[in-house]
Design a protein around this ligand. Sequence first.
Ligand SMILES: Cc1cc2nc3c(=O)[nH]c(=O)nc-3n(C[C@H](O)[C@H](O)[C@H](O)COP(=O)(O)O)c2cc1C
Length: 129
Amino acid sequence: MHVVVGGGGKLEPGVYRYVPEDNTLIREIAGDMREKLSNAALSQPMIRSAPVSFVISAVYARIAGKYGNRGLRYTYMEAGHAAQNISLLGVELGIGICTVGAFEDEEVKNVLKLPANEEPLYILPLGYI
Ligand SMILES: Cc1cc2nc3c(=O)[nH]c(=O)nc-3n(C[C@H](O)[C@H](O)[C@H](O)COP(=O)(O)O)c2cc1C
């Protein structure tokens, strides 16, 4: 998962990769990329204005290596679980979150500089309304 940060908070603007093993964020791209991410998603305005967007992505080969043909369906189930958990946490914290599935895959990959085998699945812009 990546976190696209616009700035104004504790984190510098940029694109961060979440590293689950260390429960940490690594900044991979410096600068406010929200405009470009919004453009890659049919110019949907909430991505431009939200201070933060989560981008859930998948490496199909990795999950298929473990689960074979059922890997694809598990990928989408897991992405849904993750998005649901983020949304529930948003409700708990009083933070607005929306779910965005409409975007150009290759453009999002370019903006986030994802490896060729990593596919973006879901964008979740969030912020106080
Ligand atoms: C998988 C998925 C993808 C979605 N993608 C978009 C999207 O790209 N743009 C959008 O405006 N709404 C999208 N939606 C719908 C909104 O996130 C939201 O569910 C919808 O606007 C209804 O919200 P409301 O009941 O609060 O009005 C998507 C919903 C789902 C479940």
